[in-house]
Design a protein around this ligand. Sequence first.
Ligand code: PHE
Length: 355
Amino acid sequence: MDDLRDKYLGLIGEAGDEAAIEALRVQAVGKKGEVALKMRELGKMTPEERQVMGPKLNALKDEINSALAAKKAALADAALNERLQAEWLDVTLPGRGRSAGTIHPISQVTEEVTAIFADMGFAVAEGPQIETDWYNFDALNIPGHHPARAEMDTFYMARAEGDERPPHVLRTHTSPVQIRSMQDQGAPIRVIAPGRVYRADYDQTHTPMFHQVEGLAIDTDISMANLKWVLEEFVKAYFGVDDVELRFRASHFPFTEPSAEVDIRCSWEGGVLKVGEGDDWLEILGSGMVHPKVLEAAGIDPTVYQGFAFGMGIDRIAMLKYGIPDLRAFFDSDLRWLRHYGFSPLQKPNLHGGL
Ligand code: PHE
């Protein structure tokens, strides 16, 4: 028994890995191992011999088992230490330029637009993306039966069964922020509201989620002339050109009267867009004088106050300025696209830097 003990404690001490430990376990204390064979011999012994040898064999088995366990733990410790040494990493090292992310063109353009309008005295307003139908439609003079509701391909939120209230909607435009900011701040007011909007539409120029920036200026003496000047200033600063020509086309929106869609003169020579020259026109926004009913819905007296509003597609003007051909790629999160069209996080758009 002493030979067995010396043999296995020696072998366990020399074992180099877990597989060797397991092989030794089977060989020594497994079902058909050497200790088990010795235990079988107990049957042939006299009761007196058995009384001595039984406990001794059990003690030997225990001793080998705990030597196996101790060696196994020591090997695991050594393996962990080896890994910690090999995979050592200095987490205080600065980041590598190569792996830095980029600013998405939509974020960049939203910053640019905000900087330009801020310079003209517009504050930034926000509203929820999940709206009530009152803010998204009714307050904007779009009653329940109005065809504009159907035209906008609205996403409706589900209501619990039996709940008869009208469903919430994913806002179809940023115009509900007009109502919310007039309610909050009253008049006079001058705000822009950039953000996400949603419509059930999908092709090369439409995605179910896209971005708009709303503009709103209300005072006692605001006219279409102010609207025209503000938009011209914006387009000049945004596209970095001195002479741009805007075309105001008579249009219709329930929440403005009169209404105009605004196009910008451009050319498409050789597939390259140039703003400010050529014979083509590109629609960039809808606008008009805020309808008296809309002012009323927002708690503002239309006999005292008036003003203009506009809604512009951010994705659209981003595509135009940076030559991005497919709108859908904006939202694919393709790293190669993001590296190509993205902007340096260290270059904040501002007017003195030419945006
Ligand atoms: N909300 C309109 C749209 O999404 C745009 C608009 C805003 C038109 C403000 C007029 C005034 O098409």
